[in-house]
Design a protein around this ligand. Structure first.
Ligand SMILES: Cc1ncc(COP(=O)(O)O)c(C=O)c1O
Length: 385
């Protein structure tokens, strides 16, 4: 009997340690991790430099409070702002909290512009988190089921359909558009190359904030530090989490220009957000990404993996399409494939199944041999389906 609430249905395996791209269970079996704790441990498990940073920081200072200056937080804020061309950062502990901050900023933006009952446009099939505001923002009825009344006012529009956003231009209550540059949880849905540029144009014309949720796509996952850099745009608000801490809980809401000035003393906060430990780790993550040319590896391994799948699966009829950007990859099938989760686990490979898609978020440090192992197992399973 478990004393845990039953909101998860874990597979029958318990990992007790990890190293690089691999995990080891309590029976001593080793697995290739092609999921990374859902896009978190991009730099691999037990990275020596990250372990060293955790150890050293834990011996110095874990926590004070945001009522005092925190040196690593200031440094991390500066580095993130320089990387993303932003002006200010609020630190929380998760993606949902980063998005909560973004939603609060959008509301403040509205009230500063005399909009009493602001509306935020978000996308159908999006995922923004599990808190009340972020599940209300999420465009998936399954995530919202049972939790009414939801936080108002979110309007969910078709993703990758610029007309669906344009259609709201005369709605004077709209204050922001909130989107994932690539929808992750709904199965790596990659929009048209200029979609975000068009959305930004509409936002700028109407004084709406463009909020990009890069909780999953950020920190190198797509081969660039941030996915929106493919579009050469800068959003007004940008949210990050997952890969930023490589396993320690951190979320960040970055903002630019007027949006960066809306949170004023007393309007928002978090006890743990931006503590010395997590900020030191995130700084180490950013250093490693730069030093080890991780973005380059993510781009090239992503291309290699997708080209290999395309080649090896070309004559498998039930493969509908392969979608990807960097190391965010989905193979959509024409039939149910939920059994592949356990079958892959039996072959010591960790993957995710989303609807009829196999979703892969391999480590950003994956090498060719590890990629080949993953490709071979998946092609074998898919072919036999
Ligand atoms: C795009 C996106 N936003 C927000 C979240 C929520 O992040 P967290 O689980 O850290 O609250 C997720 C988590 O999967 C996500 O993929």
């Amino acid at each position: 009997m478990s004393y845990l609430m039953s909101n998860y249905t874990p597979l029958a395996v318990t990992f007790i340690k990890g190293s690089g791209c691999h995990l080891t269970d309590d029976k001593g079996e080793t697995y290739l991790d092609a999921l990374c704790g859902v896009g978190v441990t991009g730099l691999g498990h037990a990275h020596p430099e990250i372990s060293k940073a955790i150890q050293s920081q834990s011996q110095q200072l874990l926590h004070t409070s945001n009522w005092y200056h925190i040196q690593h937080q200031e440094t991390l804020a500066e580095e993130l702002c320089k990387l993303a061309n932003m002006d200010g950062v609020f630190f929380g502990n998760s993606g949902a909290e980063a998005n909560e901050a973004a939603i609060k900023i959008a509301r403040l933006h509205a009230h500063a512009n005399q909009i009493d009952k602001p509306v935020i446009l978000t996308a159908k099939q999006s995922f923004h988190g599990r808190t009340m505001a972020t599940l209300s923002a999420t465009g998936n009825p399954k995530v919202q089921a049972g939790f009414a009344p939801l936080v108002s006012e979110f309007i969910h529009v078709e993703f990758n359909d610029i007309n669906a956003i344009q259609a709201h231009q005369n709605n004077s209550k709209i204050t922001a558009v909130m989107l994932e540059p690539i929808q992750g949880e709904s199965g790596v849905i990659v929009p048209d190359a200029n979609y975000l540029n068009q959305v930004q144009e509409i936002c700028q014309k109407n004084n709406w904030l463009l909020i990009l949720d890069e909780v999953q796509t950020g920190i190198g996952r797509t081969g660039k530090m941030f996915a929106h850099q493919y579009n050469h745009i800068t959003p007004d608000v940008l949210t990050l989490a997952k890969g930023l801490g490589n396993g320690v809980p951190i979320g960040a809401c970055l903002a630019k220009g007027k949006a960066a000035k809306l949170l004023t003393p007393g309007t928002h906060g978090s006890t743990f957000g931006g503590n010395p430990l997590v900020c030191r780790v995130a700084l180490t993550v950013l250093d490693i990404i730069k030093q080890d040319n991780i973005l380059n590896n993510a781009t090239h391994m992503g291309e290699y993996i997708v080209a290999s799948f395309a080649d090896k699966l070309k004559s498998v009829d039930h493969v509908l399409e392969i979608r990807s950007k960097g190391l965010m990859i989905a193979i959509e099938l024409t039939k149910d494939c939920s059994q592949l989760l356990q079958q892959a686990l039996d072959k010591k490979l960790l993957i995710n199944i989303t609807g009829q898609s196999i979703r892969l978020l391999p480590p950003l440090i994956i090498n060719k041999d590890q990629a080949d192992e993953m490709i071979n197992i998946i092609c074998e399973l898919v072919s036999a389906l």
